[in-house]
Write a protein that binds this ligand. Structure first.
Ligand code: AHR
Length: 508
């Protein structure tokens, strides 16, 4: 069966310029993300610092623009001083976040080396669990102050003559969560976030600071947490964080409900904006706080039991090693369209995580690295989404969802790059059995339209995944049969498919 749908955009109706930091990732000292993940000194592709070359190449191909580090929950018990200076003198510590042993063989300078190697901006976090403002200002002084003080000269003595220039800092992690090392009430956290932000800006006025929002939309304290935290620190921070992991509850494992989490997370963003703006109103402030969705992904299989904690304080155990399916990749594509469509307030997003731990890239020690299914929609969006996000008007048949009512089968975003004349169109057909005949009107976007790229991600088996033995089982294929017109396109989309079409107008 086939159904009709339409997508209409107009160059005059834009949402906002796309912040390329929407294509961020996350590297935590957790399981095999760092050790035996991005870092494996004995691997044939490792560089002189022990970082795997094959993982670095895949990270570049993924197109990630910013990377959050060193946690996550790990951050709330981390002493940054343990990870600098001669490696042989670095302490081994119990990591209470993941019940593992942290060897500290990778720390600030090793990670900065890796960031330069892959060409990615670092986003660091400070420990507001076991520590506080004093540690945070010292860490920033160590990293970013040019020299002439004990801490900046200590950095120079460690081989980094120039400041590290780390701009983006997270003020702690998920401080509302009972699982967090030194959970806080919103008033406790709001006060500490404010004082920490104040001191950090005095050390380096150029930093950008993100306060912790709730660790999930469904936390019982969601809303109250945001309101109270911002009451304290609204004037002192630039971003509020959101975290979301997409699940399949046993009570409803349908693919349609799974895909409806796109709308749930859109509501999460819009509700959080509303709370931040209500705080602004209360404070008689014109400031509009921006959002950092700095943890997001599918995560529901490798979530409990041995996936979370292992006995005996192991080094780099296999934790949270979720194997992703074609169905997951489609949801990731749909989430990316939703993120782009909130580009006016959402400036940063980090897929959690990068390697082995709920990750687009998997590795085996001494063996291969490969792309999970979710790698592909992320890499396509990171490659092509540049410029201004245009408001998508969607006309599509819909399906019923218990939480949201009627939802269109089509999810879409459109990003137009005036510099290159290229318009990138991202499309998810959420119909599981029917093809979509889609007409796309591109108003005011030039004429003599040519196709630059057209790919689809579709698998007859939604449970198919990529493995070391079959790393390309789920991968993009050419999308054929596109008719280009001066003012638009028409295309037929397979059921349950993610599609990326890039066109270029040769004349205005
Ligand atoms: O990404 C895994 C964990 O999920 C992070 O450490 C934490 O912030 C979140 O709860």
């Amino acid at each position: 069966m086939t159904f009709q749908a339409a997508l209409i955009v107009d160059r005059d109706f834009d949402i906002a310029p796309l912040d390329r930091r929407l294509f961020g990732v996350f590297v935590e000292h957790l399981g095999r993300c760092v050790y035996n993940g991005i870092h494996e000194p004995g691997h044939p592709s490792a560089d002189e610092h022990g970082f795997r070359g094959d993982v670095a190449e895949l990270t570049k191909e993924l197109g990630a623009t910013i990377v959050r580090y060193p946690g996550g929950n790990f951050m709330s018990g981390y002493n940054w001083e343990d990870g600098v200076g001669p490696k042989e003198q670095r302490p081994r510590r119990l990591d209470l976040a993941w019940f593992s042993t942290e060897t500290n063989q990778v720390g600030t300078h090793e990670f900065m080396h890796w960031c330069r190697k892959v060409g990615i901006e670092p986003m660091f976090g400070v420990n507001l669990g076991t520590r506080g403002p004093d540690e945070a200002r010292h860490y920033l002084e160590y990293c970013n102050h040019p020299g002439g003080t004990a801490l900046s000269d200590l950095r120079r003595s460690h081989g980094a003559e120039e400041p590290l220039g780390i701009k983006f800092w997270c003020l702690g992690n998920e401080m509302d969560g009972p699982w967090q090392i030194c959970q806080k009430t919103p008033d406790e956290y709001g006060r500490i976030a404010k004082e920490t932000a104040k001191l950090m800006r005095w050390v380096d006025p150029t930093v950008e600071l993100a306060a912790c929002g709730s660790s999930a939309y469904d936390m019982p304290t969601y809303g109250v947490w945001e309101d109270r935290v911002l009451e304290h620190c609204f004037e002192f921070v630039d971003y509020l964080s959101l975290h979301s992991y997409f699940v399949k509850p046993p009570a409803d494992t349908s693919t349609e409900s799974f895909f409806a989490q796109i709308e749930t997370n859109a509501r999460y963003i819009e509700d959080t904006v509303a709370i931040a703006d209500a705080v602004a109103t209360r404070k008689r402030s014109n400031k509009r706080l921006m959002l950092s969705f700095d943890e997001w992904n599918v995560w529901y299989r490798a979530r409990h039991g041995e996936h979370l904690k292992q006995a005996g304080w192991p080094e780099a155990p296999r934790l949270l090693e979720e194997v992703y399916t074609a169905e997951d990749a489609l949801l990731i594509g749909g989430m990316l369209t939703m993120f782009m469509n909130h580009a006016d307030r959402l400036k940063v997003a980090c897929m959690a995580q990068l390697c082995n731990v709920i990750a687009p890239i998997m590795t085996e020690p001494g063996g291969p690295a490969w792309r999970q299914t979710i790698f592909h929609p992320f890499a396509q969006a990171a490659r092509w989404a540049r410029g201004d996000v245009l408001r998508p008007v969607i006309e599509s048949p819909s399906f019923a969802n218990a939480r949201h009512g009627e939802l269109p089968y089509l999810c879409a975003s459109v990003v137009d790059d005036a510099a290159t004349g290229q318009t990138a169109i991202f499309l998810l057909n959420r119909h599981l059995t029917d093809e979509m005949d889609l007409s796309i009107a591109l108003r005011g976007l030039g004429i003599e339209r040519q196709l630059v790229s057209a790919e689809q991600l579709h698998s007859a088996d939604l449970n198919a995944s990529n493995t070391a033995d079959a790393p390309d089982r789920v991968a993009p294929q050419p999308l054929d049969g596109i008719a280009t017109l001066d003012d638009g396109l028409s295309v037929r989309l397979k059921p349950a498919s993610w599609n990326v079409i890039v066109t270029k107008a040769l004349r205005a």
